[in-house]
Design a protein around this ligand. Structure first.
Ligand code: HAM
Length: 435
């Protein structure tokens, strides 16, 4: 038997679990500030939920099998189809806009590499029922606020943003046939990673003339002001430029404009996006995307539900964890006991007084540990030091004046004459009493 988990899967020992908990806690803290409610769905879904709705890439990465009831099923590779199904099924009854979040564990059979595993946890934040671009601005501001909450700034991370409607308008204005758009999307998506000649060949193969090929290859360098000045009056583009201008104005008012960069090469691999799309990246370009999302106005309807506009993003725990670690911003450690209860003197009797004390402190919500066998006092204290206990409670039933002593450092014993007094003190909100 191997001692290791499967490739791309992780064991979370308490040290790693503490880091994961820090990431989850930060996600929940920020998203709740935006008044989102938490939900979850099944980790196993009908295979067709993904073969029809996710992008081609995800479908090749599915963990799928036939279950004992002969159903074709897959472990969820993303949350969006489940979310769309769940909202679609109760769309009438739900207050709009729906503002929900989840932290599912997802499974994709990827080539494992830095930032890419075969399971990951992904914060999903989604809004349903609002077509206005203010919803897009609100959504992106959440992703950016999360970066801030982790201690990152606009010097560390930027949001690269595009709009598929604007891009389509540009392609149409440049006379590119709609049948070639998918090929152009694929080239833009790989523009940074693929040699220029390869991109040019692919565009030529899709039927673009040399001049148009050059224009598309230059999309990566266009800022929004240039696009607006150059194409803002074109009928196919005008409305989309105006909408994007409004989006930027809202982002500015929400206090996140400094993080945002217009970038036509952000198209996103998933098939269902229809409008503004974005990804967050570290500024050094060291890591893969921290987060990605956008508007997907047709997905609910295409899953057989009500026709409602929707938008959202997913942020994985792997890349953000790597980024925080590399910047020295991930310090989470497993919780140590608040109190280590020891009994003295060593009578050889069962430590009844220590157990009663532990019980009373635990009732007061304190994290308490003690040695799980009768031991000499110095052994008990040594075990407590190894556990990094924040304070010791030494119980001495034979002492009339000081039956309970609390020791936080070598020279500051506090003395209590009753268990009630000890518990009252431990319940006070001072640093070392509570978990
Ligand atoms: P996605 O771009 O496939 O989008 O994933 C979002 C984020 O999840 C990525 O930016 C990355 O941080 C993380 N991620 C994805 N795959 C892996 C992996 N194999 N290992 C580690 N991290 C990974 C979606 O999944 C969309 N459903 C997000 C969404 C929600 N769109 C709208 N609502």
């Amino acid at each position: 038997m191997s001692q290791k988990p499967l490739p791309g899967f992780r064991d979370f020992y308490p040290d790693q679990f503490a880091e994961r908990a820090h990431i989850f806690d930060t996600w929940r803290r920020v998203v709740r500030r935006y008044a989102f409610q938490e939900y979850d769905g099944p980790p196993l879904e009908p295979l067709e939920l993904y073969t029809q709705k996710s992008g081609e890439e995800i479908v090749t990465q599915l963990y799928n099998f036939t279950d004992k009831g002969d159903r074709a099923v897959a472990m969820r590779p993303e949350m969006t189809p489940t979310f769309a199904r769940m909202v679609g099924a109760k769309a009438q009854a739900l207050r709009k806009p729906v503002r929900w979040f989840a932290i599912p564990q997802l499974f994709r059979y990827e080539r494992t590499q830095k930032g890419r595993l075969r399971e990951h946890f992904q914060l999903n934040v989604d809004i349903v029922g609002e077509a206005d671009v203010l919803a897009d601005a609100e959504l992106l501001s959440i992703a950016i606020e999360i970066m801030r909450a982790f201690g990152l700034s606009e010097r560390d991370v930027r949001a690269r943003v595009s709009d598929r409607r604007l891009l389509n308008g540009l392609l149409s204005h440049l006379g590119i046939a709609e049948s070639s758009w998918a090929a152009v999307y694929a080239v833009l998506d790989k523009l940074e990673r693929q040699p220029r000649e390869v991109s040019a060949e692919k565009l030529a193969a899709a039927g673009l003339d040399a001049n148009t090929v050059d224009m598309v290859l230059g999309f990566g360098t266009l800022d929004f002001a240039t696009v607006a000045a150059r194409y803002g009056d074109a009928p196919a583009v005008r409305e989309h430029v105006e909408r994007f201008r409004q989006y930027l104005a809202y982002l500015d008012a929400l206090g996140v404009a400094a993080w945002v960069q217009f970038d036509l090469t952000i198209v996103r691999g998933l098939a269902y996006y229809t409008g503004i799309v974005f990804e967050l990246f570290d500024n050094v370009g060291e890591f893969r995307a921290i987060c990605g999302g956008g508007r997907y106005d047709n997905l609910l309807k295409s899953l057989g539900g009500t026709d409602l506009p929707a938008l959202g993003f997913g942020m994985g725990d792997v890349v953000i964890g790597e980024l925080l670690r590399s910047r020295g911003l991930l310090h989470a450690v497993p919780a140590a006991p608040a109190f280590w209860v020891a009994q003295s003197p060593d009578t050889g009797d069962a430590p009844q007084a220590a157990l009663r004390t532990a019980r009373a402190l635990r009732d007061a919500d304190c994290a308490v540990e003690f040695t799980l066998r009768s031991q000499k006092l110095d052994k008990q204290l040594e075990a407590g030091r190894k556990a990094d206990a924040r304070a010791f409670v030494i119980v001495d039933p034979s002492s009339a004046e000081a039956p309970w002593r609390v020791r936080r450092s070598a020279h500051d014993d506090l003395v209590f004459s009753s268990l009630e007094a000890l518990v009252a003190w431990a319940s006070m909100p001072h640093e070392s009493s509570h978990e």
